[in-house]
Design a binder for this molecule. Structure first.
Ligand SMILES: [Zn+2]
Ligand SMILES: [Zn+2]
Length: 338
């Protein structure tokens, strides 16, 4: 088993992973059923290992860590505070876990790390001149309260029978399918919101904050301007119109809240005990932080970046194509201005 990464790095010391990156084959044409089955049920795949891990959180929280529906019919501080604390605990466990192991304990040094640099200190673009403290601030002061606000409002609406509710017992197939589709729904929502906030005025007002993290760390994942959080967690509103069970809502919001830590981990693999290195990395999104104008969505089954021409597969050819797009756009703007 490989524990020490000694693969290729470029002249800046950044690790060059195996490229080109591949997009999930679900929408490929011609249709490739075997590739799809392998992607769905293989390792690593849609479910294994991380998909199932993230699915466990809403199941556990719905079973044991969510107040009774009858308690949530009125806005009372008790149950709202309970959900807020439970959500802080979840972030502490998951985001804190990634951060602690990889960045605070530096448990595997820079093995499998995309860059040899560590988060910035003494840089005045960050609050407290410290990248990690800045990210911690936006996560604690804005991300978790916004997530909780969407959750509390929607659970209250379920408790008061204001939303289209589906019973898991009566419609197990629909409920299971919808549950499994939620990460894909999130990818599409994320792409749309993300394109919107890359529009100049919104970028300069809101999204610049997330992009202060050129060199990402797990806690960068939820580090956003409150307006971005408002957009980012708004996928929960889907359950105000689409027949769902509250567990779908929990999964939707928790997926948004706890998966970005992995997506911003900055490491391709996490070294486990006894030489086992599990793939964790999201080089696709790392390239978005590195180059800004590519890979707005995810490398999941709905390849929106591929369809709209912004997919960067990690190769030099992709960088050249991206630069050519910029040049063409700049020329267009210049021509329009002149
Ligand atoms: Zn990001
Ligand atoms: Zn962005």
């Amino acid at each position: 088993m490989q524990t020490k990464f000694d693969g290729p790095r470029d002249k800046r010391g950044d690790w060059v992973p195996q490229v080109p990156l591949h997009i999930a084959p679900l929408m490929d044409w011609p249709f490739r059923p075997l590739a799809i089955l392998k992607w769905l049920f293989g390792y690593p795949g849609y479910f294994l290992p991380w998909g199932l891990v993230y699915m466990a959180f809403p199941i556990v929280t719905w079973q044991w860590l969510t107040p009774a529906m009858t308690d949530m019919q009125n806005f009372h501080l008790g149950w709202i505070a309970y959900i807020l604390v439970r959500n802080y605990a979840m972030v502490a466990l998951v985001v804190g876990g990634w951060q602690l192991r990889l960045y605070w304990l530096k448990a595997q040094g820079t093995d499998f790390k995309y860059t040899t640099r560590w988060p910035a200190k003494g840089n005045s673009i960050f609050l407290f001149k410290d990248q990690t403290l800045d990210n911690l601030f936006w996560t604690v002061a804005s991300a978790v309260p916004m997530w909780t606000a969407y959750e509390v409002a929607t659970l209250w609406a379920y408790a008061n029978h204001l939303l289209p509710y589906v019973s898991w017992q009566d419609h197990p197939v629909y409920c299971t399918l919808l549950f499994c589709l939620i990460p894909m729904i999130r990818d599409v929502h994320f792409y749309l919101v993300h394109r919107l906030i890359h529009w100049g005025p919104l970028y300069r007002w809101v999204h610049y904050l997330h992009h202060n993290n050129v060199n990402v760390e797990p806690i960068s994942g939820l580090s956003m301007h409150p307006v971005e959080h408002l957009f980012y967690f708004s996928g929960a509103l889907l359950h105000w119109v689409l027949p769902s069970h509250p567990i779908h809502l929990l999964f939707h919001l928790q997926h948004a809240a706890i998966t970005p830590a992995q997506g911003h981990a900055g490491f391709e693999r996490i070294v486990m005990a006894d030489g086992v290195a599990v793939k964790t990395g999201d080089y696709f999104h790392y390239l978005h932080h590195k180059y800004f104008e590519c890979n707005y969505g995810a490398d999941g089954p709905v390849p929106l970046d591929k369809w709209f021409g912004s997919f960067h597969d990690g190769t030099n050819a992709s960088t050249e194509a991206m630069n050519a797009r910029f040049m063409a756009r700049a020329k267009q703007k210049q021509a329009a201005g002149g």
